[in-house]
Ligand binder design. Structure first.
Ligand SMILES: [Zn+2]
Length: 331
């Protein structure tokens, strides 16, 4: 294990990794030392130091430091083991990405063969067939993914490691609707939404990627941020194409960096109005954090107990949501 980690760190020097992810040193210290803004916290004065010879970083602002694996762990908000798996996959991307593409295409074909899946989409108010196609929504009926992928030369161990099957060889996404989450054109993860109550929702054990569909959104000066992909589907269907999703109420540092890369961007937060106040609390924390970073943020006041998806399912129309946005401006 320790040997593998050393080899991994040698294969991708920390500085190279940072630069590959758009970090720019603004000055060079002594030999082999680079200083820039910290990608892990918000700052205006550079306090993030990278020692290229030692392959280590340290930030005097947030007090965090370490090696490549530590950095990726903090940047993507992943546990240690998943960070190592993520880095290994990032280094050997082709076979894994090809498998994810093949898996998503397979699930997409299954969608219209299984009425329980299309009925569920209908119940969640998603009926626009071109949108379903555009989002690449699929369905995992269970039982046949492994056989299908074996024809593509993938091994049991490989599928298990990626998280597509479980130890019994069964489809890990069984009875879930699947949304492929893309980043720079490649599938970063698959989000599975259970159509029953028995199974939890799941993502593959790898980075959840950036903000959903961010490449198509970054041109908008106003962005609506939601928690879930069904919220996003409902809003896109109603014409709010400037909606993105963080797959949860907590943004990873990578998603935060995307959301805040334009200081003039106006952000509407439309999280769930939960009875336990979790969504409201998360919205307030995020709005405050955005304001501290100099970005105007508004919380969209949905009726109690609703999220954007259930709001539309309950009969709201685009004009109703627009009225909520106007109300948010006044809050
Ligand atoms: Zn820092």
């Amino acid at each position: 294990m320790a040997e593998n980690l050393e080899r991994l760190k040698q294969r991708v020097p920390l500085l190279e990794y940072l630069q590959r992810h758009n970090w720019k040193p603004c000055r060079t210290g002594s030999r082999q030392e680079f200083v820039g803004l910290c990608p892990l916290h918000q700052e205006t004065q550079p306090s993030f130091y990278v020692n290229a010879a030692k392959n280590l970083f340290y930030c005097h602002g947030c007090g965090r430091g370490g090696d490549l694996i530590r950095f990726v762990q903090l940047f993507l908000d992943l546990p240690f083991r998943q960070t190592v798996a993520h880095l290994e996959q990032e280094l050997l991307p082709d076979p894994v990405f090809r498998l994810l593409e093949e898996t998503a295409a397979f699930y997409q074909l299954q969608l219209h063969r299984h009425p329980e899946a299309t009925d569920y989409l209908e119940r969640r108010g998603v009926h626009d067939s071109s949108l379903i196609e555009e989002l690449g929504i699929g369905y995992a009926p269970g039982g046949n993914l492994r056989r299908h992928l074996a024809a593509w030369g993938s091994s049991f161990d490989q599928l298990l490691e990626i998280g597509l099957i479980n130890h019994h060889g069964r489809d890990a996404f069984c009875r879930r609707l699947i949304f492929p989450c893309r980043q720079n054109g490649q599938i970063a993860n698959l989000y599975g939404r259970s159509i029953g109550a028995a199974f939890p929702h799941r993502l593959l054990p790898r980075s959840k990627g950036g903000l959903f569909a961010w490449e198509s959104l970054s041109r908008f000066s106003t962005v609506i941020l939601v928690e879930g992909l069904f919220d996003l589907a409902g809003l896109w269907q109603a014409g709010f194409r400037n909606t993105t999703c963080a797959l949860g109420a907590r943004l990873t540092p990578a998603q935060w960096a995307q959301l805040t890369d334009q200081p003039s961007r106006l952000i509407y937060i439309a999280f769930d109005r939960d009875s336990n106040q979790a969504g409201q609390k998360a919205s307030h924390q995020l709005a405050l954090r955005l304001e501290n970073a100099g970005l105007p943020a508004h919380i969209v006041p949905l009726p109690d107990g609703h999220d954007p998806n259930s709001y539309f399912v309950a009969g709201a129309r685009g004009a109703d949501f627009t009225a909520r946005l106007r109300e948010a401006d006044r809050l």
